[in-house]
Design a protein around this ligand. Structure first.
Ligand code: IMP
Length: 196
């Protein structure tokens, strides 16, 4: 059966709109071996203010598509800390640049509840399709940073079922359990389905 006009294709090229080289590395590793070919699309990611990662990523993807007119994906992620009522969440990028890891640890200084979740929304535009894929991984915030791998808040996040922070894992190990790994695995499965 022919579906969505893509069956018969072997590979699909999709541009990734991001200024974060670490994300590119992670995503390339997640999709390796799949029919997806992701390349870095050098367009500025427009960031709207919203409490929803889905909305932010979809808006940015639509904006980028207006410029590039090519299939593309935008990843928007955030760290949601329970004791801070979900902060920094969608503001993670700004908070990382301003308060940083030290600032988050300071906010949690006398806090026993260390629960937090990372979330990713990956908005795919593959005309005529538009679809947002999400991934979530929960865990705990450490009392001090550990590890030198990864990026952002990786050194202070220990995913459930692990003793190591994301920053103490290889990219491949992080991808198996990470929020981004889950979102892009769902995206890859979806695109593979379209090719059947
Ligand atoms: P962005 O807006 O999707 O680029 O992500 C917002 C911020 O969240 C980034 O600047 C990072 O500090 C943080 N972040 C996003 N994803 C990750 C991750 O996988 N590990 C650690 N920090 C992340």
């Amino acid at each position: 059966m022919r579906r969505e006009g893509l069956s018969g294709n072997r590979r699909i090229r999709i541009g990734l709109v991001t200024s974060n080289k670490n994300k590119v590395d992670e995503i390339l590793s997640i999709i390796s071996g799949s029919p997806l070919e992701i390349y870095w699309l050098n367009i500025e990611k427009l960031e709207i203010q919203s409490s929803s990662l889905e909305e932010i990523s979809l808006y940015a993807a639509r904006h980028a598509f207006e410029i590039a007119r090519k299939p593309l994906v935008v990843d928007d992620s955030g760290l949601f800390v329970e004791a801070l009522n979900g902060f920094p969440g969608p503001y993670s990028s700004y908070v990382y640049k301003t308060l940083g890891i030290k600032g988050i640890l300071k906010l949690l200084e006398n806090e026993g509840n260390r629960r937090a979740c990372f979330r990713t929304s990956a908005a795919l535009i593959l005309p005529p399709l538009e679809k947002v894929f999400t991934g979530e991984t929960c865990g705990t915030i450490t009392y001090s940073p550990r590890g030198s791998g990864g990026f952002g808040f990786d050194p202070i996040f220990v995913p459930d079922g692990e003793n190591r922070t994301y920053a103490e894992m290889s990219v491949e190990e992080k991808n198996i359990i990470s929020h981004r790994g889950k979102a892009f695995k769902a995206l890859t499965d979806y695109v593979e389905g379209l090719l059947l």
